[in-house]
Write a protein that binds this ligand. Structure first.
Ligand SMILES: [Fe+2]
Ligand SMILES: [Fe+2]
Length: 269
């Protein structure tokens, strides 16, 4: 395999998000000749966190590898899921001793090995270890096994995401942003090697405030009191990017934004 066609899917939100992936993935795989699917699933379980059932559902839908983010440990079964399932990663810059793994590798058809790593930002987010230093360490370690390394950078600030992209440029195949749930239009190849986008966007209900019910989100802003989030309404939309990767050098040859709608799903979850 000379070229590896990879689909990266942005934050899957709730049942609408999971169903959208399940409904659209077979068609997308065929239409684009996709060899590998990676998705961020930090909002898969009711909008917050992961459970055994939701992770299995997404993997069964045809996703090969999963990343998470600041909602990784929202559900109490998350540590167990992360320990048991080698196809899911949490940010590598969590403190030493955190359950799960910050990176993983996957063999495709016994021909190509893909490395996946996750990092979380620190600007306007919780305090973790330095993602810049952790990123270099993990990229170097994965680089001993394979030149194909995909990095999900789960962060709020565009500046931090762009800075980390330059920090890892040439060392990894792609730095793909997640967490804001809004797709940016800055997809590009940096240093002739590393595909990048500040945010891949969200996969979930279209009629919502970044996946959550509009009335609840508005209430939180207007009344400044806590209120439990609920999943939003509308059809399911899938946001992500398509990458074409040179398997010998590990360089990204192209990156393309992707947005697809699932008309069959309108219910809340
Ligand atoms: Fe998210
Ligand atoms: Fe997040």
């Amino acid at each position: 395999m000379q070229r590896l066609k990879t689909l990266f899917i942005g934050d899957i939100v709730g049942r609408v998000g999971r169903e959208t992936v399940g409904a659209l993935l077979p068609g997308l795989r065929e239409r684009h000749g996709i060899d590998l699917v990676v998705a961020n699933c930090e909002n898969a379980a009711g909008g917050l966190g992961i459970t055994e059932r939701t992770v299995r559902e997404i993997l069964n839908a045809g996703v090969d590898l999963l990343t998470t983010g600041d909602h990784t440990f929202d559900r109490k079964e998350a540590p167990e899921v992360l320990e048991r399932e080698s196809r899911i990663v949490r940010p590598a810059n969590y403190p030493p001793g955190t359950p799960g793994r910050g990176s993983t590798t996957l063999d495709i058809d016994g021909e190509v090995t893909v490395g996946l790593m996750s990092l979380q930002g620190r600007t306007f987010m919780g305090a973790l270890d330095c993602p810049f230093r952790a990123g270099l360490v993990v990229a170097d370690r994965l680089g001993e096994t394979t030149p194909i390394i995909i990095c999900d950078f789960h962060a709020e600030a565009t500046s931090e995401k762009i800075a980390l992209t330059y920090h890892l440029a040439g060392r990894v195949t792609a730095v793909l942003g997640t967490h804001t749930h809004v797709q940016t239009a800055d997809e590009r190849i940096v240093a002739g090697h590393t595909a990048a986008i500040t945010d891949a966007g969200m996969t979930g209900p279209s009629d919502s405030v970044i996946g959550m019910k509009k009335s609840v989100a508005l209430d939180r802003f207007l009344k400044a009191r806590p209120r439990r989030y609920e999943i939003g309404d509308g059809t399911g939309v899938l946001n992500g990017v398509l990458l074409e990767i040179d398997t010998r050098s590990g360089a990204a040859v192209s990156i393309e934004r992707l947005k697809a709608e699932h008309m069959g799903s309108g219910e809340s979850a």
